[in-house]
Design a protein around this ligand. Sequence first.
Ligand code: ADP
Ligand code: MG
Length: 261
Amino acid sequence: HDIATLKRAKNLPGAKGVKNIIAVSSGKGGVGKSSTAINLALALQAEGATVGVLDADIYGPSVPMMLGCEGERPSSPDGKHMAPVMAHGLATNSIGYLVTDDNAMVWRGPMASKALMQLLNETLWPDLDYLIVDMPPGTGDIQLTLAQNIPVTAALVVTTPQDVALLDARKGIVMFNKVSVPVLGIIENMSMHICSQCGHAEAIFGTGGAEALTEEYGIPLAGKIPLHISLREDLDAGLPTVSRWPDGDFTRLYRDIAGAI
Ligand code: ADP
Ligand code: MG
């Protein structure tokens, strides 16, 4: 860590017991950042780490639903701070636990950025090996706040093999390069569709895109996750695949990525 990073860490009382902050990001929405962030957090936990998840998607939080915690609220032991909501062994916090109407959806950038800093600083995070940050799409205010004010250890960029997703993933990599956050790896999500009936694999979003990106920027390919109906169904049920099927094939893929991290 450079001095600027250490200074920032001093100003982040809420996260002082957090060893590594990992941002799971991409330029584009709907590519599977939240799915990846959550399954990866569970995979790191299965490898023996203590892990938390900070939902930074202020405008479209999906952590509460995907972890089966919709309607829960963090308790406040001292009236000032929030105790994280525990889900599947993960310490979590999300604007989705706090705002139950649609008001947050129309906040301007500075307000949304402030909410993110509060979620980080006013949560009583336990000592954690990893705090996984589920990022919103894009390279706007929230992403910059995070990159500039939070001592992010490293980022992971999620993309599908589709050209438009790769274009946006590239923007994300450039942003992290600008603010000197190392990108640990690229995760290709929805890399092949695997039919749940016959097992047939089909490259719905194309092939080879993530490999091209890894070569272009010299960033390793951290892993490939197929498009499969059970991954989606498990998340919709609030029982992420890694938690539901500890010995499953998809769990192995996430655990391989966790091991590489
Ligand atoms: P993002 O956070 O990038 O907007 P999500 O993680 O919310 O994306 O994923 C969008 C939708 O696609 C969700 O309904 C999720 O369950 C589904 N999904 C994500 N990855 C996969 C996958 N590999 N296979 C099947 N469904 C997936
Ligand atoms: Mg998301």
